[in-house]
Design a protein around this ligand. Sequence first.
Ligand code: XCC
Ligand code: SF4
Length: 637
Amino acid sequence: MDDMKTKSIDIATQEMLKKAREENIKTSWDRLEAQLPQCGFGQLGVCCTVCSMGPCRIDPFGEGAQVGVCGANADTIAARNLARKIAVGASAHSDHGRDVAHTLSLLGEGHAHDYEILGLQKFKVLAQEFGIDTNKPKEQVIKELSKKLLEEFGRQEGELVFTKRAPKKRQSLWKKLGITPRGIDREVVELLHTTTMGVDNDYKNLITTGLRCALSDGWGGSMVATEVQDIILGSPQPIRGKVNLGVLKENYVNIVVHGHEPVLSEMAVKASLDPELVKLAKSKGAEGINLAGICCTANEVLMRHGIAVAGNFLQQELAIITGAVEVMMVDVQCIMPALQEVATCFHTKLITTSPKARFPGVIHIAFEPQRAYEVAKEIIRFGIENFSNRNKERVNIPKQEMDLVAGFTKETVFQILGGRYRATYRPLNEAIISGRLRGLAGVVGCCNPKQTHDYFHTALVKELIKHDVLVLQTGCSAIACAKQGLLVPEAAKVYAGKGLQEICEAVGIPPVLHLGSCVDNSRILTAASYIIEEGGLGDDLSDIPAAGCAPEWMSEKAITIGFYFVASGIYTIFGANPFAVLGSKNLTDYLTKDLEGVVGARFEFCDDPMQMAKLMIAHIDRKRNDLKLKPVMYSQE
Ligand code: XCC
Ligand code: SF4
């Protein structure tokens, strides 16, 4: 078991890895081993396949070639490679946002009967933000709003509407730098264009275009996804739930939803409660239907319904290895191609639902918003029928399951902090100003088998809350910390510093707040803007005593999120794997030093959670100092 401990600190994960080994089932950890040593040129970002005069590679620290066939040097190649990743990450979040906006438009036209406007208040506020007269009939407002939202994608000139949410000073800086995003699709396309052979050869300029593209995600595509999901599916409210593989139930039909877009999984939640389907499940000898989630789809249904989370990114294969999953229903993003093979080792049926994300030979039940509930029922029925194929002798569900509280949003967190009747950021700002709270941290992102699973997230977060930093989380990072018991109010007593403890106890919140899925990082941007608006903590986002970190990241989407954080003025650390840029010293220096002078924030690469915490706390303290705030009330070492 000992080497399992280096793979993950999560006991449920260790147990399933042991089972996988005994049964000779390969997981991502084994496949990583088979890849070692990984290509050094790739790791340094100096391999170029942009045109067919290549592939070219630069030997940055040796005597070999210093330029490709076309003459591109390490700076250009590394910056281009990075820029392409930013574009891909932005496209993923934004295409998700587009699909949700499209569902809203179908709803307005009366073609998506299974949905309604559940977030009425937000719907009105958003319509007003887009300049729509909300006294018109609701259907009309829905039509106009969805049209305007969809136009944000194809817009050619002007500015994305949501960028107006940022503090004035930040907006002016973006304008001055020419990085105010115009249209979501336009920024992605333009960035990709600049990376083709013989276009942009200036690494700094490539990064400037990259920053604009990333902003079109954070203040564009992702924000559209978050806001419209809240409108159609309802704004999350603080809610209790459970997390880890132990949420799978031995005597139930287990359906696992995995991916990112909640429009279908929302219907799966409803279908899992359908009396007719529950009856069918019982007729097959099950006690009922149990729905659980993996990755960000899990976060979405957790935030709105308290549906249990089976695990984060690296646990997707392990959920199947429990032998207790009848159906794993997937949509888009972070779905390992390996699932298909793992599923064939068991009775589990993998079902794809998006026309964008298919596997050869895997059952595909196409999701259409027009017949959403029907599709969800079909998938659940599939699971029920598959229950009798389960081999009971091969079922091992780890016992680990932990309580958590989720469902915090930029509205609810501070409604709670501000008292029941008035949503205000005053108490939060006051807490920071008075030094009861040191500051804020966003700890987000994926997991990666190159690092001890969940360890970086939890060690970092524990250290931050110990120093009175309130932590906001999303994505797989939130799931990691939830599994270690950090997302319950009681965690404050055990792990938080005295100041944070006092706040948590006074308002009954955990010291670590779960804000949702990865597109919900946009909630952090809006919350930060509210903090500035409330006053007392400077006049730009870069003034707030706050820092961001993605300690175990792996996805291109994480890079894009990092870029829109930094472009918004928030100092951001990336864990173990620098973005494959170290082959260019100029680019590395630009990202980790000079950007500060451009956008008021920079990147940091760091491979040790304690050191990450130190750096973040030092940054927060520097910002407190700049604002001339009082020293923190309870200083700890
Ligand atoms: Fe994917 Fe969003 Fe990363 Fe988790 S945190 S591995 S992106 S599911 Ni977004
Ligand atoms: Fe080589 Fe230049 Fe072509 Fe890249 S773009 S593959 S460096 S010739």
